[in-house]
Design a protein around this ligand. Structure first.
Ligand SMILES: Cc1cc2nc3c(=O)[nH]c(=O)nc-3n(C[C@H](O)[C@H](O)[C@H](O)COP(=O)(O)OP(=O)(O)OC[C@H]3O[C@@H](n4cnc5c(N)ncnc54)[C@H](O)[C@@H]3O)c2cc1C
Length: 369
């Protein structure tokens, strides 16, 4: 193992939205940051590319030029005859092409002075003491004081530093269906007890996907065949191309960090289980991990303790999504009537105003600001 003498304040593993957010906030305080990823950019990440208004509030980059559509018209279907249509002039979220978004985010992050290295294999993370963690990859050893694990749902950092596996992974398939300009650009979610499907409009295509958000023995896992069937039914035989699938990291409600190794985003399992939104929690966890590290250095506190107090608040928010998901997927009829009578409008307005779920549901002001 070759010891590299350069010492970084923070080594971040994974350059998706969680890793890049964390890196940029750390650079605002001039910390020395090394970002590692197993891919060069641009790279593909299976994703529908819906970015909610609340996410934009925390993003350290401006993404206006990447927006291909704004979800001003939405439709939520619970059965063939039970659907709710909603409208808002601001829109509940913006649609980007995920690969373009990540590539731009990555490129802007490098401009802030972050060092980047493409790696083939992350081999070890060894906590020596409060001041020193060794990160081993590709036969090299690098030392740092903090490690941020931002390497997504199949996190290797989680395995190496926490020896923790997520036992009930959920996942989704997505692909492209050509959009004819005269098409009605409605952003749709279609629910049933075994999962959800979506149709997200982009400039020249729809991102169409299908997945499970609740993992239970009696619930059948969604397959590629289900996606073909959904497209055949909704688009009258139009083809779907570029199909990919990936797990969504949703099992982090009880996650707490230790030993200055902070997991963020899907690596920590922070995506929500109601609609599978993960970019927001990737961004805010990346931001708060950075702030915890900065505060810990400035005020001689433990970054782990500071980050855990953020995670506790986030866990309350995730619990609210879990409750919502149980109702949505367990009782679609009740969900339909609730959405039709009052909840739909409330959701559409709240999402469009960039509110968190707890704010939308009238709980005390969200603790995550
Ligand atoms: C089909 C699908 C559709 C989705 N649609 C949406 C949506 O519309 N809106 C939304 O908010 N969320 C959506 N999500 C969830 C969202 O994609 C994730 O929550 C989000 O990408 C998490 O960001 P992250 O930065 O934590 O991880 P990722 O985006 O997964 O980034 C992880 C990074 O780590 C790198 N990496 C992985 N392993 C290693 C390793 N061993 N060593 C080094 N680097 C490594 C990867 O190359 C990658 O760059 C969707 C998910 C799926 C599967």
């Amino acid at each position: 193992m070759k010891q590299n003498n350069k010492i970084f304040d923070v080594i971040i593993i994974g350059a998706g939205p969680a890793g890049c957010t964390c890196a940029q906030y750390l650079r605002q305080s001039n910390l020395k940051v090394l970002l590692l990823d197993k891919n060069n950019f641009p790279r593909h990440k299976p994703c529908a590319g819906g970015i909610t208004m609340k996410t934009i509030k925390h993003l350290p980059i401006d993404i206006k030029h990447l927006v291909q559509h704004t979800a001003k018209n939405m439709k939520f279907s619970f059965s063939e005859n039970q659907s709710v249509e909603l409208q808002n002039d601001t829109g509940s979220c913006v649609m980007v092409i995920r690969d373009e978004f990540d590539n731009y985010f990555f490129t802007e992050t490098l401009k802030t002075g972050v060092d980047f290295q493409k790696i083939s294999k992350l081999e070890g993370i060894k906590y020596e003491n409060e001041q020193l963690i060794d990160v081993c990859f590709d036969g090299n050893k690098m030392s740092t004081r903090y490690v941020v694990g931002a390497d997504g749902a199949n996190s290797k950092v989680r395995k190496l530093a926490y020896d923790k596996q997520h036992l009930h992974p959920v996942s989704a398939y997505e692909g492209k269906v050509t959009r004819q300009i005269k098409d009605n650009a409605v952003t749709e979610f279609v629910f049933n007890e075994s999962g959800y499907a979506w149709i997200f409009p982009k400039s020249d295509h729809y991102n169409v996907g299908i997945g499970n958000l609740i993992s239970k023995k009696h619930i059948r896992k969604r397959t590629k065949e289900d996606l073909f069937n959904f497209v055949a039914e909704r688009f009258k035989g139009r083809e779907i191309t570029d199909i990919t699938a990936f797990p969504i990291g949703t099992e982090g409600i009880d996650y707490t960090s230790k030993n200055n190794v902070l997991l963020v985003g899907d690596a920590a399992g922070l995506a929500e289980t109601l609609l599978g939104e993960g970019i927001y929690n990737a961004v805010i966890s990346g931001k708060y991990a950075a702030q915890s590290i900065i505060d810990s250095r400035e005020n001689n506190k433990s970054a782990t303790t500071l980050y855990n107090s953020f995670l506790k608040k986030l866990s309350d928010e995730l619990a609210l999504y879990n409750k919502g998901a149980k109702i949505l997927y367990g009782f679609p009829k009740i969900s339909y009537f609730a959405m039709k009578l009052w909840l739909g409008e409330k959701f559409m307005t709240g999402y469009s105003n960039g509110q968190t779920l707890s704010e939308i549901m009238g709980k005390k002001k969200s603790v995550i600001t």
